[in-house]
Design a protein around this ligand. Sequence first.
Ligand SMILES: Nc1ncnc2c1ncn2[C@@H]1O[C@H](COP(=O)(O)OP(=O)(O)OP(=O)(O)O)[C@@H](O)[C@H]1O
Ligand SMILES: [Mg+2]
Length: 260
Amino acid sequence: MKINSGPILDVRNLGKTYGGVRAVNDVSFQVNKGEIVGIIGPNGAGKTTTFNVIAGAEKPSGGEVFLEGANVTARSTEQLYHLGLARTFQLSHEYPKMTALENLMVASKSQHGENIFMNWLYPKLVNEREADVVQKASETLEFLGLKHVVHELAGNLSGGQKKLLELGRTMMADAKLILLDEPGAGVNPTLMQKIGDMITDLNENRGYTFCLIEHDMQLIERLCHRIIVLVEGRILLEGSMDDVRNNSQVVDAYFGSSDA
Ligand SMILES: Nc1ncnc2c1ncn2[C@@H]1O[C@H](COP(=O)(O)OP(=O)(O)OP(=O)(O)O)[C@@H](O)[C@H]1O
Ligand SMILES: [Mg+2]
């Protein structure tokens, strides 16, 4: 068995420019197995763009991304998904005309039922696989506390329930690394608490590794082992919540410098 003690994610000198805007500028960081790493920073700091480039949604202007030691720079989102990288979106990306259950089923990488030839050649195999997928999707919805909306169209779910469904999609993938873009955005405090509990549970009891962007500092402090502060496309600081609190540049970045 291959023993790989290196980081799950290794981002080296990543850059992304849009015209004259350097959205991500020479960003390097690592995420180790079992960690929850937080990415914070003011609006427009380049957090989502960093995720987009890592997850293959955007091509980098420079730099490299390694997943479990393999160079996966600019691989497609789908290829990365199959290699174990799953992500959620700042704005939920559900299929509104499909039920909650179906939304999770289509996220499963063992979903062979979509393949018409598979279906024609091996109906029994497909049915067995489909049954597995249905069961996994049902269990995931139960874990998320969404059992009562299993057959509800995703478009009819509340904003918070859609956020949970986003998290559920990543759980269908058996992902090695999950990138969460603002899991708490637009979510009420009770549900926020629940989402935090779920992320902790997935991390502690199921070995999931997370990298998460969040503006809610309480959630960040509660969940993250390490925090990266992005400002104007660059890493300003990497450390603990105390390091973040005690750094005057971080405060300036959020609220503007007092001597500006
Ligand atoms: N597709 C794009 N085309 C042009 N500019 C873009 C594009 N996507 C992002 N940007 C710019 O890149 C910069 C970083 O944006 P990004 O969305 O990554 O910030 P963010 O840190 O996620 O902010 P927020 O906290 O508001 O979500 C911003 O100046 C933004 O306007
Ligand atoms: Mg963003």
